[in-house]
Ligand binder design. Structure first.
Ligand SMILES: [Zn+2]
Length: 212
């Protein structure tokens, strides 16, 4: 028995939505359902999982624009991000139109998340860490037992999230990565919102943004 993860890139931005499940109870969650709700739910069905919730790291369109479609088809609670990203979610119809995405209506998360909250999928617990900088309400999800971090757009392989969009703050981002993520074990696997997985140890050594 184990915590399982399947990465499913969605939208033209190839955002790494993740399906996480406990293979003993078959309880599952989806993270960052940025689009392609039918594709994501087909995977849930194929694996015969019981979807329990959607977890959101932040309010950017490629991470949340599939939420409405998904909950229409399978009504589960939407957890996160932290409430300071409310302005991004409110702007979703406009932002999806501007980027040429299928237009998505805004929504209200079932619950905003805060630093220190704990979320469960089956027997596995993820801690919520608040990492403002890419957006002010960005959270990440950390499972200590499996040394797995769902990092959204905070930390990527050898780079960090952009901070030039409204509400971004580069100094905050670097400070929070250093104090809350680089302190995790070196062999922690990091799933970024885009691109390949990495580890905390690799980023400590090779990430130029964190080593100046
Ligand atoms: Zn983003």
């Amino acid at each position: 028995m184990a915590l399982q993860i399947k990465i499913i890139p969605v939208t033209s931005f190839l955002q790494n939505a993740a399906l996480l499940w406990d293979d003993e109870s078959n309880e599952a969650v989806l993270t960052d359902t940025g689009g392609e709700a039918k594709l994501l739910l087909a995977e849930v069905d194929r694996l015969q999982l019981n979807l329990k919730a959607i977890w959101l790291t932040h309010g950017h369109l490629d991470h949340i624009s599939g939420v409405n479609d998904l909950i229409k088809l399978n009504d589960v609670p939407v957890l996160g991000p932290q409430r300071h990203d409310e302005y991004w979610i409110a702007a979703l119809p406009e932002v999806t139109a501007n980027y040429g995405f299928p237009i998505s209506q805004s929504f209200k998360p079932t619950r905003w998340l805060e630093e220190g909250d704990e979320l469960n999928v089956g027997q596995y617990t993820f801690q919520v860490l608040h990492i403002p900088g890419h957006t002010p309400g960005h959270v990440v999800f950390y499972n200590q037992e499996n040394k797995l971090l769902i990092a959204g757009d905070v930390l990527f392989r050898e780079t960090v999230g952009r901070t030039d969009l409204p509400g971004g703050n580069h100094a905050d981002l670097i400070h929070n990565i250093r104090s809350k993520l680089l302190t995790l074990p070196d062999d922690t696997r990091v799933l970024p919102g885009h691109g390949a997985m990495t580890t905390i140890g690799h980023e400590k050594k090779y990430n130029a943004f964190l080593n100046d």
